[in-house]
Write a protein that binds this ligand. Structure first.
Ligand SMILES: Cc1cc2nc3c(=O)[nH]c(=O)nc-3n(C[C@H](O)[C@H](O)[C@H](O)COP(=O)(O)O)c2cc1C
Length: 252
């Protein structure tokens, strides 16, 4: 049996995790956000795959904490990073965290996807989106092939520049909730709170209230059916993005 653990904000990683599970067969997928609610995480499987997006050239904070917390026993370990432009040192970071626990990461793979940090980069145009979705599909297929054949890959070390950038991001992250704004379009439907993988949104009478556990994953503002959540320079009229084949319901 293969266990796949994923973290996903806008569905890119989730989509690849689902495809991978279907292709591998006898595989189960688990959201890391749910696993993290357990007092202990005990993983026993023949193969274990960790899947997550690159955040500031590293891993999302919750993914790193999950790797540190989990007690893992498996014959084969793989990590797959989903990214928009460059995953930087995300895989090397996973390798380092696991190595400290005397675990060997057998395979590390990169899955190009659509860039989802739209307050900074804007939503991609149609042509770029189509191209990146095709790349994602092909890379997911390649990763499945590698995992099925129990491929091994060599690992880079976590380079100092990537480490600095991801550390700065982690320091700044709790304060980023100050960039969220609500427009009058919000009808307090609660969808944002339901899909937030960090459990960082609590509903009040007037709508969501953001807490510092926020991973800045962009799920809330991209899935909001009324585009009522804005962030920094992102206005209510700017186009949003989530993986076109993933619904909010699947990420609840
Ligand atoms: C806070 C944040 C930081 C990001 N940093 C990077 C990065 O360093 N490199 C990169 O290529 N993409 C970066 N991205 C883009 C995501 O890694 C990419 O779009 C990923 O596919 C999103 O996966 P998801 O839909 O499963 O959340 C970042 C996105 C966010 C929200």
């Amino acid at each position: 049996m293969t266990n796949i653990y994923y973290f996903s904000g806008t569905g890119n990683t989730y989509w690849s995790a689902k495809k991978l599970a279907a292709r591998i067969g006898s595989a189960r997928i688990f959201p890391i956000s749910r696993e993290m609610k357990q007092p202990e995480i005990r993983i026993r499987a023949e193969a274990v795959i960790f899947m997550f997006p690159a955040y500031a050239y590293g891993t999302p904070v919750m993914v790193r904490r999950f790797l540190e917390k989990a007690d893992v026993h498996a014959d084969y370990l793989a990590a797959l990073v989903s990214y928009g432009t460059s995953p930087g040192g995300a895989l090397a970071e996973v390798h380092a965290v696991l190595a400290r626990k005397k675990l060997i990461l057998n395979y590390a793979g990169r899955i190009p996807a659509v860039e989802n940090f739209i307050p900074i980069f804007g939503a991609p145009g149609e042509a770029l989106r189509t191209k990146r979705l095709a790349l994602q599909s092909a890379a997911t297929e390649q990763a499945a092939e590698a995992i099925l054949t129990r491929a091994n890959s060599s690992m880079q070390t976590f380079q100092p520049l990537f480490k600095i950038i991801s550390s700065l991001y982690r320091l700044a992250r709790p304060a980023m909730i100050n960039f969220f704004r609500l427009t009058e379009a919000c009808n307090a439907c609660g969808l944002c709170a339901g899909i937030c993988p960090a459990g960082a949104i609590k509903m009040a009478d007037k709508g969501p209230v953001f807490h510092t556990a926020c991973e800045t994953c962009q799920a809330c503002l991209n899935f909001c059916p009324r585009k009522a959540i804005t962030f920094g320079r992102l206005g209510p009229d700017t186009r949003r993005y989530h993986h076109p084949e993933v619904t909010a319901g699947e990420l609840f």
